[in-house]
Design a protein around this ligand. Structure first.
Ligand SMILES: *Cc1c(COP(=O)(O)O)cnc(C)c1O
Length: 389
């Protein structure tokens, strides 16, 4: 068997210990003679699995008692609508900070549902390479919305905006449990599991109880499945939950606890990210795309010296409008990026292709990625730079 170092942005690598445990229990879970995949979610064997997963989220994230922990489906993308439908009835107005694709998609979904979206700050001016500083949010808003870690752009909030009495909603899909987080500062947090917690299929929602509306206080026409109350009243078992994913989630949470909890993850993640950013900042071949003070510990996009502001600008022009020099520069950039991704993959470092909106490469180094994996990446990058000067 040979395992690779997997830098995928999601679904992404899981701790090997967890995968081994799942394999060992695959055919016969604790003497039941069944796989967890085959079990009724209402069985005696399954109930403790979902209860333990919730208890572990509460413990590791220090979730206050007046918050509900829900497991729902539909991914982060469904939360974009659920947030608006459940929180948006009073003023039909919400404040969004625009920090890239995921924040924009969330705002677009709210608009579609008739919410007046105020984009109160944006980092669009510099291709979302930083997080705008918004000290205080005030106004007649049902909620204020942020994307706490921007998976595609590689940025992360180093502060929590003060919203006073306005409930703060945060998408923490790509940074959940990568660091300690003060849940009490938020009205609602959500995270698709497939970046940092589990395989795809379950979405974690943490919501302050008083924000869960009665169904008649959701936007008119809100489907049963999209009302938080449906899930909070039924212990996340209104319908069949993604049973197996929740089982793996529980194992990942125990792995996090064994490795020092949220604090332990932050220490581990800082060590990895510092190693990579320090290399990028000292290199004359590569550079990080994000500003110091806004950098993600989880997603690290980087470019080579063949990608520059000029090539980026040329890439945005229609092909017919590009000069020969621009065309040649763009072709060289593409050739180097493709070569990097291909050779890295052959060396066992996979899924490093950057997102098309940033270009270049992206290393996602979630909780389960090891420091050894990051060191192997940097060693490869040094060799590649030497060979392609
Ligand atoms: C991946 C991602 C999403 C979308 O998640 P799905 O589960 O695919 O819907 C939303 N927000 C962020 C920050 C993400 O990284």
């Amino acid at each position: 068997m040979s395992r690779v170092y997997n830098f995928s942005a999601g679904p992404s690598c899981l701790p090997e210990e967890v995968l081994n445990e799942c394999a060992a229990e695959m055919l016969d879970y604790k003497g039941t003679g069944q796989s967890v995949m085959e079990m009724s979610h209402r069985s005696k064997a399954y109930e403790p699995i979902i209860e333990d997963a919730e208890a572990m989220i509460r413990k590791l994230m220090k979730v206050p008692d007046n918050y509900k922990v829900l497991f729902v489906q539909g991914g982060g993308s469904t939360q974009f609508a659920m947030v608006a439908e459940n929180l948006g009835l009073k003023f039909k107005k919400a404040a969004y900070i625009e920090t890239g694709v995921w924040a924009k998609k969330a705002a677009a979904e709210a608009k579609k549902l008739g919410i007046a979206v105020d984009v109160i700050a944006s980092s669009k001016d510099k291709n979302y390479s930083y997080i705008p500083k918004v000290e205080k949010i005030t106004g007649d808003y049902d909620y204020a919305y942020i994307c706490f870690n921007n998976t595609i752009m590689g940025t992360h909030y180093e502060y929590i905006p003060d919203t006073g009495n306005i409930p703060l909603v945060a998408d923490i899909s790509s940074c959940v449990l990568s660091e300690p987080l003060d849940v009490s500062k938020f009205g609602l947090l959500f995270a698709g599991a497939q970046k940092n917690l589990a395989p795809a299929g379950v979405t974690l929602v943490i919501i302050r109880e008083d924000l869960i509306p009665e169904p008649e206080n959701c936007l008119p026409g809100t489907p049963t499945m999209l009302a938080y109350k449906t899930h909070s009243e039924n212990g996340s078992m209104y319908n069949t939950p993604p049973c197996y994913t929740i089982y793996v989630l529980g194992k990942v949470l125990h792995w996090i606890e064994k490795n020092g909890g949220a604090e332990g993850m932050l220490k581990r993640n800082k060590e990895k990210a510092d190693y990579l950013y320090n290399f990028l900042d000292s290199s004359d071949f590569y550079h990080a795309t994000t500003e110091v003070g806004s950098r993600s510990l989880m997603n690290v996009p980087f470019l080579t010296k063949y990608s520059s502001a000029e090539t980026a600008a040329a890439g945005k022009k229609d092909e017919a409008d590009r000069t020969d020099a621009e065309k040649a520069a763009l072709a060289k950039e593409k050739e180097i990026n493709d070569k990097f991704v291909k050779e890295a993959s052959a060396a066992g470092l996979v899924n490093l292709k950057g997102h098309r909106l940033v270009g270049g490469m992206r290393a996602s180094i979630y909780n389960a990625m090891t420091l050894d994996g990051v060191k192997a990446l940097v060693a490869f990058m040094k060799k590649f730079a030497e060979e392609n000067k």
